[in-house]
Write a protein that binds this ligand. Structure first.
Ligand code: ADP
Ligand code: MG
Length: 645
């Protein structure tokens, strides 16, 4: 170790300094996370349970690790006289390097991230603990001294380690001897009387039931008996399990309360908010497995990192195999948390094997369908009790991720399409609440297509000049402004037999929605503007593929549209800003013959070049694009203004 350690040769004791972030974290715990202090017990029990899971897994290869100590258990013991609370397990334990790495000198990956997420709100900040793998340090909320005695399952009794710290910048480690494998965390509770509750066996039992009932190993406390001479309950030497001690997902659905499901969710996700919804099912047949899946309420901080491992805990026949088994669900469902317990996979399954396994494929398909059902149920539960807004909450948080599914998951595309929600010209705000089915249900008589516009922001979409004719004819248009939208739309050509079309692409064919007078007006305008159109075409030859008269606009003089088969102008901008070479497809310039500026041009013979450029550049600006040569633009505007004065 190269950290600032000092050795005390007489006792073999080493003093180490915590890494800066850890020291800072400890301060925070001690001074500001008081309000939620009971969570320390959940964190320590959770670590003990993880340690037992790890050993259980290791014994698949090396059964001899168990030795005489065959029964896994976690024990909790309070000593009123010494004011200590001890949580011990007979799990995997730690050797010296592991103690150093896990409990102090190396900042764990989440620690720094944790600090960036702090809000200053005690309640909220307390909830962040654990989410970032900093659960152990919560011990210092209630203790002013913590001692960890630990012996790795493969180490001799004389090779155990004792870690001690008062949480103030330093910790010590020294070799000790320990009879049993595993870890013992001794908390020296702070002296204020408010910490006494953590010495009361009655209080402890109720906390264990509240937070840790679902832990699959027995959590034992000393049995108590009434003592006639002392006139109070006294601990005996016998241990007694306090929790249910069967893995929650193996229980019958009807025997599990919603509170128990939510407590389990907190245990696996470290999320303090309850899950929005969950699904628990056992599948039997060609493949046999149990699913317990949760849809969280809030996105984790790294949701957008697609390479980040997310996903589920994989168990095989109740033995914990691995965390973050990302092959068990498609990437677009990476927000889902939960457990999958397979009866078919081999116990020695590796990540590589998961990739190829047919059983995994079956499970993945089954799990995907289950989650889609959960989402559908939330989405359809509009008139649920208490004005259910769960799906709206879900969509706000995870809608952009779910949209990836439209492109990724062919087999469920139809179900996914129904789950999409959009902002729309029908609503006054940016809320994405309109489904494609809603849209289709209120399509106008004679309307055959689903219209949408894409832009960089909701406001740009909302104010797009392309919407003008739709507003005039009172036709609803969906407003899309998220990055994933353009990509998704390339997989979303139709819904319910209705084609989805961009209002900024191709010739505007409103089909039966346009009436005879529209057509007449168009023809008339075409002939009266023939000269202007031809002139513009020559001037803008390098910039646009053609110029034409349009009835698309009511208020704006001009707009750009993409050709039918070309890439939308919006997508071209996205690609360009992402540094990708987009094939350049020239847009079409459409001019509005009813606009006074354009109408006046038919009588003009001079200065038409400037007008061509000006209308073209205005159209670029109006759709949220930028113009190539702003100085020329300004000069042209000024020149035309001067004509007026
Ligand atoms: P997390 O559990 O999220 O990894 P913690 O801060 O709770 O973060 O624990 C840090 C690490 O310390 C654990 O990952 C584990 O390696 C080790 N550890 C903590 N408690 C125990 C224990 N009882 N037995 C073995 N290892 C433990
Ligand atoms: Mg932990």
């Amino acid at each position: 170790m190269t950290d600032n350690k000092t050795a005390d040769n007489s006792t073999n004791k080493q003093v180490h300094g915590f890494k800066a972030e850890v020291a800072q974290l400890l301060k925070l715990m001690i001074h500001s996370l008081y309000s939620n202090r009971e969570i320390f017990l959940r964190e320590l029990v959770s670590n003990a349970s993880d340690a037992i899971d790890k050993l259980r897994f290791a014994t698949l290869k090396s059964p001899e690790l168990l030795g005489q100590d065959q029964t896994f258990r976690i024990q909790i013991n309070a000593d009123e006289t010494a004011r200590t609370l001890t949580i011990s397990d007979n799990g995997i334990g730690m050797n010296q390097d592991e103690v150093l790495n896990n409990l102090g000198t190396i900042a764990r990956s989440g620690t720094r991230e944790f600090f960036t997420q702090l809000s200053g709100d005690q309640q909220k900040d307390a909830q962040l603990i654990g989410q970032f793998g900093v659960g152990f340090y919560s011990a210092f909320i209630v203790a002013d001294k913590v001692v960890v005695n630990t012996r790795r399952a493969d180490a001799k009794a004389s090779d155990a380690i004792c870690w001690t710290s008062n949480g103030e910048g330093e910790f010590t480690i020294e070799p000790i001897s320990k009879d049993q494998r595993g870890t013992e965390v001794v908390l020296h509770l702070r002296s204020d009387s408010e910490f006494d509750t953590f010495l009361s066996s009655w209080q402890l039992k109720s906390l264990i039931r509240k937070y840790s009932d679902h832990i699959s190993v027995p959590i034992e406390m000393r049995e108590e008996k009434w003592d006639e001479t002392e006139k109070k309950m006294l601990s005996t030497d016998a241990w007694q399990a306090v929790n249910e001690a069967s893995a929650l997902w193996t229980r019958n659905k009807n025997d599990v309360t919603p509170e128990q499901y939510q407590a389990f969710y907190q245990h696996i996700s470290h999320d303090q908010e309850p899950a929005l919804s969950y699904s628990h099912s056992r599948v039997e047949g060609r493949s046999e497995y149990t699913l317990l899946l949760f849809v969280p309420k809030k996105a984790p901080f790294d949701l957008w990192d697609r390479s980040q491992r997310h996903g589920l805990k994989l168990y095989v026949k109740r033995v914990f195999i691995m965390d973050d088994a990302d092959k068990l669900l498609p990437t677009y469902l990476r927000f889902v948390r939960g457990v999958i317990d397979s009866a078919d996979l081999p116990l020695n399954v590796s990540r590589e094997l998961l990739q190829e396994s047919r059983d995994v494929k079956t499970i993945r398909e089954g799990a995907t369908k289950k989650i889609l059902s959960v989402l559908e149920e939330m989405a359809n539960d509009k008139d649920g009790i208490n004005d259910d807004t769960r799906y709206h909450d879900f969509w706000q948080e995870f809608g952009q991720v779910l949209k990836e599914g439209v492109g990724e998951d062919h087999s469920n595309r139809e179900r996914l399409q129904k789950l999409l929600r959009f902002a729309s010209t029908r609503n006054d705000d940016a809320a994405q609440t309109v489904s494609l089915a809603d849209y289709v249900a209120r399509m106008k008589h004679g309307q055959e297509k689903i219209y949408y516009v894409t832009a960089d922001s909701y406001l740009a979409a909302r104010n797009s000049p392309h919407l003008e004719v739709f507003k005039k004819k009172d036709i609803e248009v969906l407003l899309l402004s998220e990055r994933v939208d353009e990509w998704m739309l390339s997989f979303l050509n139709e819904f319910d037999g209705k084609e989805l079309v961009s209002v900024a692409k191709g010739g505007l064919d409103l089909g039966a929605l346009s009436d005879e007078s529209d057509k007449k007006a168009q023809e008339l305008a075409q002939s009266s503007h023939k000269a202007v159109v031809e002139h513009f075409q020559t001037v803008l030859e390098d910039k646009v593929s053609s110029v034409r008269v349009t009835l698309r606009l009511t208020d704006s003089p001009a707009c750009l549209v993409a050709s039918e088969d070309g890439m939308s102008n919006h997508l071209q901008r996205i690609l360009k800003s992402a540094g990708q070479a987009a094939p350049v497809t020239k847009p079409i310039l459409e001019i509005n013959p009813n606009h006074p500026l354009v109408a006046a041009l038919t009588e003009q013979t001079q200065g038409l070049d400037d007008w061509a450029w000006l209308l073209f550049e205005e159209a670029q600006l109006a759709e949220g694009g930028s113009i190539e040569n702003p100085a020329h633009f300004v000069a042209r505007v000024n020149k035309l203004l001067l004509h007026r004065v």
